[in-house]
Write a protein of this length. Structure first.
Lengths: 159, 66
């Protein structure tokens, strides 16, 4: 079956590697309050801001710890590859499971966010937003692979 | 929708895996259809009818609730 918008199956292991490295780096950063590892690099800042949190100018080169940027990119690119690479036998039934899981993940993601909007404030809410950048991929990956596992287990019960 | 896939498969002495391979789908798909958990596309139904050499409506049936 022709599936649009999906990557070839061979990207999946590569995605898992990027995704796991990103998560490990992200956890290390979280534990160390985003101060370690400290990989300073000159970065081009498109939009600056001048307030209590930071003072950067627009359209200038700035020194910045890029470890959090690297962790985010790894998690997002890895997560997309894991989520949207074809399974070994991608067919119409698996596409249906995929689509339902995506709808489910979107609902869960925004239910969690709505809950946080109502009950979490200030810097804590900022932390929620950091997680929320990635949770939709997390929820999808967990739900999709769980459903695939369930249908596979159903087969082994059959015979 | 119901189907007698399992019966037809037994007549030809085909396993789920073999039938899946013949029509180019995963085993999960055959299994889900037999358990009436999945309604196949027209293309898939026609491929199945070709294997069993029967009309589609001799393999798949509408139920009252459909």
């Amino acid at each position: 079956m022709k599936s649009r918008y999906l990557f070839s199956h061979k990207f999946k292991p590569f995605g898992w590697i990027l995704f796991s490295v990103g998560i490990v780096l992200g956890i290390i950063l979280l534990v160390n309050d985003f101060k370690f590892p400290n990989w300073k690099m000159n970065v081009f800042s498109l939009i600056g801001s001048d307030d209590t949190f930071s003072s950067t100018k627009s359209f200038t080169w700035e020194l910045n710890n890029v470890s959090d940027e690297i962790a985010s990119i790894l998690i997002i690119v890895g997560g997309i590859l894991v989520s949207f690479s074809k399974t070994k036998e991608e067919d119409e039934y698996i596409s249906k499971i995929r689509m339902e899981s995506l709808i489910w993940a979107t609902y869960v993601n925004y239910i969690v966010l709505l809950f946080a909007i109502i009950f979490v404030f200030d810097i804590s809410f900022f932390n929620v937003m950091i997680f929320n950048m990635f949770t939709i991929l997390f929820f999808f990956i967990i739900r999709f692979h769980f459903m695939l596992y369930k249908t596979k287990r159903l087969i082994s019960n059959e015979e | 929708m119901k189907n007698n896939l399992k019966v037809e498969r037994a007549k030809l002495n085909l396993t789920q895996a073999k039938l899946a391979e013949m029509i180019g789908v995963s085993r999960q798909t055959i299994n889900a259809m037999e358990l009436n958990k999945y309604v196949p596309s027209t293309v898939l139904a026609l491929k199945i009818s070709k294997i069993f050499q029967k009309n589609v409506n001799e393999i798949f049936f509408l139920e009252n609730k459909d």
